[in-house]
Design a protein around this ligand. Structure first.
Ligand code: ATP
Ligand code: MG
Length: 389
């Protein structure tokens, strides 16, 4: 039975062409479809997405069917926990690096497929809301000149249905580019070439802090992060100017704790994966920055509060009978986008309640409550006296 369903999907895909372009043998592609590692997405436009990496093709790669096209997934960026000697070791074969701001929103790849400019999220889905917004904020001229390039960037701002908290001074939702890559190969453009090209089309780039000698970058980055102070700026991404070596990321304690505060509000939905690596980051940063007793205690305090305050608040709210969920909002011109976005969330398996649209000028704001069932259920079970495990 399962084989029949799979073969229906396979018929839609030009397996031979995909194999030629990705160097994945045809039988592996077919096997991946059967195992759903290469997943058919029944939406408009129809596509297949790589749920996991296969050979050297990243998870999140999308394969469009009509017209046939491939947009490579956005590669993972490794993290260093100690600037020294992490930076020097990773970039030992080059002289200087460029340091860009790491912005905190959601990753989107923007590509021209057929005659439409689409917003593709990290997992390789086309998001109807992002697509709508991106067509508002960037000029299509870029794609007239470069139909085979993909703009990669962060969607940032308060009208953000995926990463709700935003501290940047942005009215709705904006796109900040941090990469331009070739559609099919995923090959990136050199950093300065990319920034100049984008400026020519009026497309915003993430902030550039400067070009630094590799040997002094750890000192410069420490200063940049310290200068963020109590703001929630997330961190930096350190890049080879030619983009031959892969970039690395380094983040601030403030943003680390903000992530924890968010995750522990929905402790049984996110808490576990968030917890351990973030504690390790705090420990290494504290040692590298040579903190004295007072500074270290302050860090402990911040870390502890980021975990226990949101969690106790959640438990209390549930005790009062509240449904645990996060509230996000979208801002749209056409109510149809909200319907499409609702279908999209359903496709992702997210349970969400859409409130009545609030009309503002020629736009609508819709608040969306995403329900975190796992946290509610776990809390209830503890209230009923059930064992934790
Ligand atoms: P990973 O990229 O390792 O899968 P993740 O999904 O948890 O990790 P983050 O820890 O947020 O993501 O770090 C990587 C992400 O940072 C990128 O996917 C991108 O969306 C975002 N980002 C923000 N600013 C930049 C920038 N200047 N250069 C590259 N990526 C950036
Ligand atoms: Mg991020």
């Amino acid at each position: 039975m399962r084989r029949d369903v799979s073969s229906d999907f396979i018929k839609k895909l030009d397996v031979e062409k995909l194999s030629k372009l990705t160097y994945i043998p045809e039988n592996r592609i077919i096997g991946a479809i059967e195992r759903k590692t290469l997943q058919y997405v029944h939406a408009k436009p129809e596509l297949f997405r790589f749920d996991k990496p296969i050979s050297n093709i990243e998870a999140g790669t999308s394969v469009f069917l009509e017209p046939f096209d491939i947009v490579r997934g956005f590669p993972k960026i490794s993290r260093i926990l100690m600037l020294h000697p992490g930076v020097a070791k990773h970039f030992s074969t080059i002289k200087t690096v460029l340091v860009e701001e790491k912005m905190n929103g959601y990753n989107v790849r923007v590509a021209l497929i057929g005659d439409r400019i689409l917003g593709i999220t990290r997992g390789g889905y086309v998001c109807p809301y992002t697509t709508d917004k991106i067509n508002d904020v960037i000029s299509g001229d870029f794609f007239i000149d470069f139909p085979d390039l993909v703009l990669c960037g962060e969607m940032v701002g308060p009208d953000n249905p995926y990463v709700p908290k935003s501290f940047y001074d942005i009215e709705s939702l904006e796109f900040f580019a941090f990469d331009i890559r070739e559609k099919i190969t995923g090959r990136p453009l050199p950093v300065m070439k990319r920034r100049e090209l984008l400026a020519g089309y009026g497309i915003k780039s993430v902030r550039l802090f400067g070009e630094f000698e590799v040997s002094e970058t750890h000192i410069k980055v420490e200063k940049i992060i310290r200068d963020f102070g109590k703001t929630l700026n997330e961190g930096v991404v350190i890049k080879d100017p030619d983009m031959q070596l892969s970039p690395i990321k380094y983040t601030s304690s403030q943003s680390n704790c903000a992530d924890l505060r968010y995750a522990f509000e929905f402790y049984n939905d996110y808490g576990r994966d968030f917890f351990f690596p973030r504690v390790c980051r705090e420990a290494f940063q504290s040692v590298e920055w040579d903190e004295d007793d007072t500074q270290r205690k302050e860090r402990c305090h911040r870390l502890g509060e980021s975990i226990l305050l949101p969690m106790t608040r959640t438990i209390e709210n549930r005790k009062k009978g509240e449904r645990i969920g996060e509230i996000v909002q979208i801002r749209i011109k056409d109510l149809k986008t909200a319907d499409d976005f609702q279908d999209h969330l359903r496709l992702l398996g997210i349970d969400a309640i859409f409130e009545e649209p609030i009309s503002i000028g020629n736009e609508f704001i819709i608040k969306i409550k995403k329900i975190n069932h796992s946290t509610s259920d776990k809390t209830d079970s503890v209230f009923k006296g059930e064992m934790w495990s």
